[in-house]
Design a protein around this ligand. Structure first.
Ligand code: TRP
Length: 463
């Protein structure tokens, strides 16, 4: 007799439909992965942490921690074929363990909601810069002017709220249309468009004559600039940029056709995501050096430094518009993946249509986002713990919830699920499977915990 444990998952289907092909899945996860994290955050975090050495640590984090976590998420998602909460409960029980593993799913759904609440504000900000660039606001602008434009934008809470509203509207629209007609259609157009725009900008950046400086900054390691905080930042960045640790990839995995290779897809996504982050650095740093600007400028890099750089250059208005459009597309395909776990959960649990669920969850996230909107103006002086409401949300989600989620997800896939189940999903128990299992059981959870405890100061300094 067939063991029903092995037979049942294969027959499961998702209530939400499935990706029409392996390529659609890869595009969707790449669309999720490539976002503000690659183009806005990676260059400035790398800049603040000294460039090359940080990039190396980040690459190691992607390979040793990011890849096994991502594969774990996809395999859990595909085996359960439900929203992350129901999937973890189902698989926990099916493996003869506890259904309480569903709390990891719940933490993920919550993390997605919290992340999107501020991600959308930055996404809206990006969108507003498409229009500003297009009408030539930055043409020949001085540093003072660009700063004034930025300050003027963030000072007006109603403008920030307006673009946050537009951005959330776009997300609700796509997610409401469902997996194939919404998510898949969006990524099929947006991800290739994003790549094209990126290559266009790269050509532009090479033409500045400062490409070598950019290369050197990104790839010449200076380990004196590295401390545990930067290692935590590199790990947090790896989590954030790969969209792992909160069930977004798990939710997408639930729609993955049975025969598709999980290892192959995860590898393709990790390579695409890393390539785009590095390309973004190679677009941005030459512009920074060509204009004598500071690579360690911080979050303002994209909104101050770049408009300034573009403003000084021939064709700047056009390329600035292209750049912010690229960034908006990237943010959009990421935002929809942050919503998907919560929306799938509402559809399954409360028997709502996708449209109803998307509007409900979207409105909730929109309302939460007002906290971030106000962090830049009315409530800018309201500081606690790590700073403004935005600073706290950013820290709580990226540095705490995602790593914690990552540890629990790999522990679940590596220790709670039996060998047969995971080998079944990963296509056999060959050497690559063994490598995955080693990383998922030991390297990833231990690595994450170590860096995490070290950075929050809970481990003694041995050096
Ligand atoms: N990866 C996206 C970026 O780099 C952000 C993102 C989308 C994300 N979905 C996520 C981050 C899930 C963490 C978890 O901008």
């Amino acid at each position: 007799m067939l063991s029903n444990q092995a037979a049942a998952p294969g027959k499961r289907t998702s209530l939400h439909g499935h990706w029409s092909s392996r390529m659609a899945f890869i595009l969707a996860v790449t669309g999720s992965a490539v976002g503000l994290g690659n183009i806005w955050k990676f260059p400035y975090v790398a800049g603040q942490n000294g460039g090359g050495a940080f990039v190396l640590v980040y690459l190691a984090c992607v390979a040793i921690i990011g890849m096994p976590v991502m594969m774990s998420e996809i395999l859990i998602g595909r085996r359960g074929r439900r929203n992350p909460i129901a999937t973890m409960a189902l698989l926990g029980a099916e493996e003869g363990k506890s259904a309480n593993w569903k709390f990891i799913g719940a933490m993920g759904v919550l993390a997605g909601i919290l992340i999107l609440s501020y991600y959308s504000v930055i996404g809206g900000w990006t969108l507003s810069y498409v229009f500003k660039s297009a009408v030539g606001v930055f043409a020949d602008a001085t540093a003072d002017k660009v700063t004034a434009v930025r300050d003027g934008f963030v000072a007006s809470w109603s403008t920030v709220a307006l673009f946050h509203t537009v951005f959330m509207g776009l997300n609700i629209f796509v997610v409401a249309r469902g997996v194939e007609r919404g998510l898949e259609q969006a990524v099929r157009f947006l991800v290739p468009a994003l790549l094209l725009l990126m290559l266009l900008l790269l050509g532009y950046s090479i033409s500045t004559g400062y490409f070598d400086e950019g290369l050197a900054f990104m790839f010449k390691p200076d380990f004196s600039k590295l401390d545990w905080d930067s290692v935590l930042a590199a790990m947090g960045q790896a989590f954030f940029t790969l969209s792992i640790g909160m069930g977004a990839v798990m939710a997408y995995g639930a729609y993955l056709p049975e025969e598709t290779s999980i290892m192959g897809s995860a590898t393709a996504v990790a390579i695409a995501d890393t390539t785009i982050a590095i390309l973004a650095g190679l677009v941005i740093f030459p512009l920074v050096f060509a204009n004598n600007l500071d690579p360690g400028e911080g979050p303002g890099l994209e909104f101050i430094t770049l408009p300034l750089a573009f403003g000084q250059m021939p064709g700047g208005t056009f390329f600035a518009t292209v750049f912010f459009m690229l960034l908006s597309f990237a943010a959009w395909t990421s935002a929809i993946s942050l919503m998907e776990p919560a929306v799938a959960w509402v559809v399954e649990k409360f028997h709502r249509t996708r449209a109803q669920a998307a509007v409900m969850i979207g409105l909730m996230i929109w309302a939460l986002g007002l906290g971030t909107v106000l962090s830049f103006n009315v409530l800018a002086d309201f500081r606690f713990l790590r700073g403004t409401i935005f600073d706290n949300l950013d820290h709580l989600t990226i540095n705490i919830m995602l790593p914690l989620g990552g540890v629990l997800i790999t522990v679940f896939a590596g220790w709670v699920m039996c060998r047969n189940s995971t080998a079944d999903e990963l296509g056999g128990s060959g050497p690559l499977y063994k490598l995955w299992r080693l990383l998922a059981r030991f390297a990833a959870p231990i690595g994450i915990l170590f860096v995490f405890l070290k950075a929050v100061g809970l481990l003694p300094d041995l050096s």
